[in-house]
Design a protein around this ligand. Structure first.
Ligand code: 3PY
Ligand code: MG
Length: 263
């Protein structure tokens, strides 16, 4: 099977930088896939992307050196399995609030006896190779999003779920859950403390700590704190910022640094 180099590096304790796609375009996927990211996530939750658009994006990512991941819209087994069949090498699942939800998510990503994933990896085998089935259970990366109060309350039990590789913080939803305005770079004490708590509990459990960020600077800061899977904003933000900067520069108005929630 084509190795999942991102999962291998994460398991060795290395940090990886992940790109994020919200525009339903194989061309965008190819451009971002060639930009140097270790992995790239096709976002079917908040990106404008459904399965029919995600499939050619995963194909476009295959033409690049990056590892293809997806964020699913919800903890829905059949949907998770379809995206794995389409060749995703890892799944980020939003709004995981209980260990039962985490276990059900992991189960959808693992063939029996480890889970209840149904067999039919038609495109995954084209990308991965004919021995996909023998290695998929170990190779597929599973990241549960912690972004609810209940997820925080049940953090240790979620982190103890067998087969879950790591947790991924959604700072916008986490801020909302803690009574604050959504932000990819939260400053409120209660959110800053919650993020530090999730990081340290993930480290104690030996699970990968990941977090969504809004910029390269913010992602570098998170790596400095100990996060291993970081997202320096999505391509929508990058396009918006580069376009606004080009217009402002053309008009001699200097840089217009736009504040962004990361989307
Ligand atoms: C959040 O910030 O809530 C996210 O889900 C980021 O992707
Ligand atoms: Mg979220």
């Amino acid at each position: 099977m084509r190795p999942n180099t991102v999962k291998e590096r994460l398991l060795k304790g290395e940090s990886v930088v992940n790109g994020w796609l919200g525009i339903p375009s194989p061309l965008s996927a190819e451009i971002v896939g060639l930009a140097g990211f270790d992995s790239v996530t096709v976002d079917l939750q908040h990106g404008m992307i459904a399965f029919d658009a995600a499939l050619p994006m995963l194909q476009a990512l295959s033409a690049t050196p990056t590892t293809p991941l997806v964020r699913v819209p919800s903890n829905n087994g059949p949907q998770i399995m379809s995206l794995l069949d389409a060749g995703a090498y890892g799944v980020i699942c939003p709004m995981i609030s209980t260990p039962e939800q985490a276990a059900s998510f992991v189960s959808a990503c693992r063939y029996p006896p480890k889970g209840d994933r149904s067999f039919g990896p038609s495109r995954a085998m084209l990308y991965a190779g004919d021995d996909y089935y023998q290695h998929a259970n170990e190779a597929i990366l599973t990241l549960a999003m912690i972004e609810t109060q209940q997820g925080l309350d049940n953090l240790d039990e979620i982190l103890a779920v067998d087969g879950l590789d790591g947790v991924f913080i959604g700072p916008n939803d986490l801020s909302l859950a803690l009574g604050q305005a959504p932000s990819s770079e939260p400053k409120a004490d209660v959110v800053v403390k919650a993020i530090a708590h999730i990081l340290s509990r993930a480290q104690v459990h030996g699970k990968i700590p990941g977090i969504f960020c809004s910029s390269g600077e913010a992602a570098a800061m998170r790596i400095g704190q100990g996060f291993k899977f970081v997202v320096p904003g999505n391509e929508v933000t990058h396009l918006k910022q580069a376009a606004a900067h080009a217009v402002a520069t053309a008009r001699g108005q200097g840089t217009s640094a736009t504040k962004s929630s990361g989307y």
